[in-house]
Design a protein around this ligand. Sequence first.
Ligand code: NAD
Ligand code: UGA
Length: 471
Amino acid sequence: MSQTKQAFEKHVLCIGAGYVGGPTMAMIAAKCPTYKVTVVDINEARIAAWQTDELPIYEPGLLEVVQEARGRNLFFSTDVEAGIKEADIIFVSVNTPTKTFGRGAGKAADLQFWEKTARQIRECSTSSKIVVEKSTLPVRTAEAMARILNWGEKATDIHFEVLSNPEFLAEGTAIADLKMPDRVLIGGAETPRGAAAVQDLVDLYAHWVPRERILTTNVWSSELSKLAANAMLAQRISSVNALSALCEATEADIDEVGRAIGSDSRIGPKFLRASVGFGGSCFKKDILNLVYLCEHYGLKEVASYWEQVVKINRYQRGRFVDRMITCMFNTVVGKKVAVFGFAFKADTGDTRESPAIYVCRELVDERAAVTVTDPKALPNAKRDLADIADQITWESDPYKAAEGAHAIAILTEWKEYAELNYERIFEVMEKPAFVFDGRNILDAEKLHRIGFNVYPIGKAPKTHIGEESEI
Ligand code: NAD
Ligand code: UGA
């Protein structure tokens, strides 16, 4: 090991080889060839997959970046202890899900994985280290981390400097986001040691990120900025989704409204796409964490303000299913519904908190015959719906999924779903044939001409059978 130690300028370790740890470390290794980057995880299957070309997560462009560095200065291992001993800088990128038990259940972050990691770093370390919070954590977690790390007699020999460096990548575009981030945020203690540690991390990112995009702040601002950024992004979606309900009631068109408001340079055009609801592992979890923090500090009004973002998201999903049932003559019992897309967004196989989970469950409750298709997410979808898997049919080919279906529900904005041959699909469906476009990716006018009854989000439907009130 001492030979390796001399061969590299710095040793970077990442604990947690998930959606964040894997891609971020692959990028650091690719851009910093003089740094040795090791990614460790307790999940053996995940680590084994990172060592092959069948990576454990699907992310466009990721394999190429991994292949560039793997075996050169990027390594994957289950030996957490050896990794800790060798490291100068340790990124902690373990999962921080919402707590499901005890105090704060359903809102607070479950910090057990994070705390176990902190204790393990302390136990295994034989030299001083910079410990970087990469996971998304409640404000002032770094303080607790520093206490665990620097507690007891070890503190006299070695020192752990804790930094906050939240990750802002989005799945599906992770590689582009990592290559050219809008910003890299580094929070450190306002002490000489803190400043030196911040500089070490700035030097790492400066290998490829323009200096003016590397922001340094105090630790608490950095921790809070991550929660705040996700809350504000999700808030935009809930705002536009709330307006989509009003559009459907008034025959305004949410895409036109979005274009009009997004042209205001103060608002901007991004993140204004109405949908069946936002999903993903983080938006809901991070907002609820923010809500919990506000409640903890006695800020009831602030807490309920942010909680509303999650409530509207739930409402939007429920509204989508209600509309399906109402439009299909108030019953879907025994009717085949082809669900196009299960991933929480396009270009990922990730299904965590996907609106499709909720929509499928509600349709099965209503005794519809649900068939799910998705180009990348079927394995995860089967796990998510394992308890009702026998009531669902899984189909990789969307044309086959549509055979004999009364309705198609578009739940993920996969580009290929916009490019299907809908004349062919219409032929094989039951009539009247319905399309509920939960992502507004289809040409509603064209589908209507083919013969479909089309229900986009936040727009007047295009039907051949009249509105439900006339049925
Ligand atoms: P993930 O579940 O995909 O990966 C976390 C990994 O940590 C798992 O493989 C797990 O086995 C491992 N782990 C847990 N405890 C461990 C331990 N004691 N030792 C070694 N490994 C351990 O999670 P993720 O999506 O990568 O998210 C990680 C963090 O990053 C979360 O806090 C999340 O909020 C944040 N984040 C996620 C994204 C995203 O797009 N997924 C983006 C920005 C920030
Ligand atoms: C989001 C943030 O965009 C990242 O900056 C952040 O790092 C990450 O969360 C995190 O902390 O985990 P991600 O969840 O991967 O990234 O994907 P997004 O592109 O933000 O999409 C989230 C959800 O919102 C998806 O279900 C997407 O379909 C939906 N969405 C997005 C809309 O419904 N409308 C939009 O206009 C945009």
